[in-house]
Design a protein around this ligand. Structure first.
Ligand SMILES: Cc1cc2nc3c(=O)[nH]c(=O)nc-3n(C[C@@H](O)[C@@H](O)[C@H](O)COP(=O)(O)OP(=O)(O)OC[C@H]3O[C@@H](n4cnc5c(N)ncnc54)[C@H](O)[C@@H]3O)c2cc1C
Ligand SMILES: *[C@@H]1O[C@H](CO)[C@@H](O)[C@H](O)[C@H]1NC(C)=O
Ligand SMILES: *[C@@H]1O[C@H](CO)[C@@H](O)[C@H](O)[C@H]1NC(C)=O
Ligand SMILES: *[C@@H]1O[C@H](CO)[C@@H](O)[C@H](O)[C@H]1NC(C)=O
Ligand SMILES: *[C@@H]1O[C@H](CO)[C@@H](O)[C@H](O)[C@H]1NC(C)=O
Ligand SMILES: *[C@@H]1O[C@H](CO)[C@@H](O)[C@H](O)[C@H]1NC(C)=O
Ligand SMILES: *[C@@H]1O[C@H](CO)[C@@H](O)[C@H](O)[C@H]1NC(C)=O
Ligand SMILES: *[C@@H]1O[C@H](CO)[C@@H](O)[C@H](O)[C@H]1NC(C)=O
Ligand SMILES: *[C@@H]1O[C@H](CO)[C@@H](O)[C@H](O)[C@H]1NC(C)=O
Ligand SMILES: *[C@@H]1O[C@H](CO)[C@@H](O)[C@H](O)[C@H]1NC(C)=O
Length: 474
């Protein structure tokens, strides 16, 4: 084993060193693999989250053979479902809601999973400035007509229908309003009353007001807007177990899914793609006609194993990203029926600074609250956990909530970095996305996921279904 580890270190170093100089490096030596460790498939998919799993299931239905490589021990990516041993109930605290559209209905129907309207039973909403544990009455927050602002926002969205069907296929020049910071856009169109609602729904983007409007519109799309305006329309699984979709997908994929597996090397040439993976049952070689990359395309995520060429490296190297966490805390001391939202009454639109907690949410189950956390820059999981527990303790003390039996502890905690991938306004103006789209199909490689459409599973599946898979199948 030591010899293999050593050689692997050497190869990765070598590949990293060379990729900027020559496009064709890291040829996989097939002779190292016995026949039983070589898997031949039409498409090899890297990442078994929202986009990778959808693509795998649909490509199989279209008659293609696939292999899916997922580093975690489960499929599903940002889906986190908590199973409460005390009540036997479950709830979702990662991906929760889906839109009532054909691709969503077909996908869940295929696995016999029932969808139902999403019902919020978050109980009374409290507001507090989490930075100094000061509770604030709702009437002290900025007032305005939310409905009017949402309708006004909808009128703006109507100007850019392509944003919601065609990924990042932007016109040239890119419309100036899409390049405004979201804060400036809100002020320009008098939409101040929706800022806090956007902050609560469009979590994880770092500094919401500083992001280019393009990114916020992609995420805060017409379907989401309509669901908020009508107060209905969001669907979730009837059993409150979104993870079931991924258990059933894993079972259907069978020996074509490689979970708990790391990609160690990918080499592409004009004939085929070769992917070396490290699984719990040893190293395997996947030979495929096409590669589908369904992980976040940060250069740092890919450069360790992918034979990137200069164009790929120069594009993917431009991405910056935000940070997002979800968690479940038991025995927080916050009453079961209470949710507390973070506000800063002194800040524009009362949006609190990040890094920080978005909200502490009632789950409807005794002793359990969800806590969401965001940051524009990198911080460690230990810092996040410590900030959450300290802040909760201060809020509980300030509120004078009655003592509970037990101490606050995490029973769920997930780091969703890298979350929103963004490039600079200058890069967007200079045609970054036209070049990025030019990677599709190039070097036998296709790309899907949030960065190609939005952090919204319904939108990702819809885009993958209508824009990507037909091109891959052709
Ligand atoms: C807390 C939270 C709540 C959300 N709520 C909703 C919601 O209610 N509704 C909604 O529509 N959307 C929601 N989203 C957005 C969510 O739908 C999208 O972020 C979606 O998961 C993105 O899909 P993806 O395929 O791009 O990435 P992911 O789903 O993250 O999938 C990527 C997969 O690749 C794996 N991976 C990464 N690197 C490697 C590697 N090197 N080798 C192998 N595998 C690798 C990861 O483990 C992961 O499984 C939420 C997201 C978060 C974080
Ligand atoms: C989805 O919308 C259709 C109408 O288009 C409706 O019949 C169906 O009940 C909705 N699904 C759910 C789960 O609400
Ligand atoms: C808490 O901080 C806010 C500003 O963020 C300030 O307006 C308020 O006075 C502070 N409250 C206390 C009790 O210090
Ligand atoms: C808010 O705006 C909506 C839509 O324009 C309007 O119907 C409603 O009367 C307004 N509400 C108030 C309180 O002004
Ligand atoms: C789904 O994609 C189709 C085809 O591009 C498009 O017409 C439709 O508006 C999309 N639906 C949503 C909700 O994005
Ligand atoms: C691979 O394909 C490209 C584009 O079709 C071509 O330019 C190149 O010469 C080919 N390389 C080899 C080794 O055949
Ligand atoms: C995958 O990589 C992780 C992190 O480097 C490591 O802990 C794990 O053992 C690896 N798994 C396999 C099967 O190689
Ligand atoms: C992007 O990078 C800059 C500089 O490193 C940083 O300040 C910013 O907060 C980052 N994050 C986002 C989400 O833009
Ligand atoms: C919330 O629960 C507390 C007890 O924990 C109770 O005193 C209070 O009346 C409840 N509030 C509501 C609105 O149900
Ligand atoms: C606290 O929990 C312990 C262990 O479950 C139990 O024995 C005890 O009676 C509980 N005390 C209160 C005040 O609920």
């Amino acid at each position: 084993m030591a010899a293999i580890d050593f050689r692997h270190c050497f190869l990765s170093f070598f590949a990293l060193f060379l990729f900027t100089i020559t496009p064709a490096v890291g040829n996989v030596n097939e002779a190292e693999f016995s026949e039983s460790d070589i898997i031949t498939r039409d498409v090899c998919i890297i990442g078994g989250g929202s986009s990778g799993t959808y693509s795998a299931i649909r490509l199989q239905q279209m008659g293609k053979s696939v292999a899916v490589v997922e580093k975690e021990s489960v499929l599903g990516g940002h889906v986190n479902t908590y199973f409460d041993p005390v009540t036997g109930e479950s709830f979702d605290y990662g991906v929760i809601s889906f839109d009532n559209i054909t691709v969503v209905r077909n996908y869940f129907d295929h696995f016999g999973i029932k969808l139902a309207p999403l019902v919020y039973n978050a109980g009374p909403q409290q507001y507090a400035d989490f930075a100094n544990a000061t509770f604030v009455s709702a009437s002290a927050l900025p007032q305005g007509n939310l409905t009017a602002a949402l309708i006004g926002y909808g009128k703006q969205l109507e100007k850019y229908p392509y944003l919601f069907t065609k990924g990042y296929d932007l016109p040239s020049p890119v419309p100036a309003d899409l390049l405004l910071s979201y804060g400036d856009f809100i002020n320009k169109y008098n939409l101040q009353a929706l800022a806090y609602t956007a902050f609560t729904f469009i979590q994880g983007v770092g500094n919401l007001l500083a992001q280019p409007t393009l990114y916020i519109m992609k995420y805060f799309a017409p379907a989401t807007l309509n669901n908020i305006l009508t107060g209905s329309g969001f669907l979730t699984t009837a059993n409150h177990d979104n993870h079931e979709l991924y258990e059933k997908a894993l079972a259907e994929l069978g020996s074509s899914a490689f979970i708990s597996s790391n990609v160690t090397q990918i080499s592409r040439n004009n004939d085929s793609v070769r992917v070396v993976i490290s699984t719990t049952e040893g190293r395997k070689l996947i030979r495929a006609s096409q590669l589908l990359i369904a992980i976040q395309p940060k250069l740092s995520s890919l450069s360790g194993f992918l034979d990137l060429d200069a164009e790929e490296a120069s594009l993917l190297g431009q991405f910056n990203n935000s940070y997002y966490w979800d968690s479940v805390v038991r025995n927080s001391g916050v009453p079961d029926n209470t949710s507390i939202n973070n506000v800063d009454p002194a800040a524009p639109f009362a949006l609190p600074p990040l890094p920080g907690i978005y909200s502490i949410g009632s789950t409807g189950l005794p002793g359990l609250h969800t806590v969401y956390y965001g940051s524009p820059y990198a911080i460690s999981n230990e810092e996040v956990k410590s900030d959450i527990l300290t802040t909760i303790a201060e809020l509980v003390k300030a509120a004078g909530y009655p003592p509970v039996n037990g101490t606050a502890e995490f029973v769920g905690f997930n780091d969703h970095r890298p979350f929103e991938l963004t490039v600079s306004v200058d890069a967007i103006k200079a045609g970054f996305y036209a070049r990025l789209n030019g990677l599709q199909g190039r070097r036998k490689t296709w790309w899907t996921g949030a960065t190609w459409q939005a952090h919204d599973s319904s939108q990702i599946w819809n885009w993958t279904e209508y824009q990507l898979l037909p091109k891959m199948a052709a």
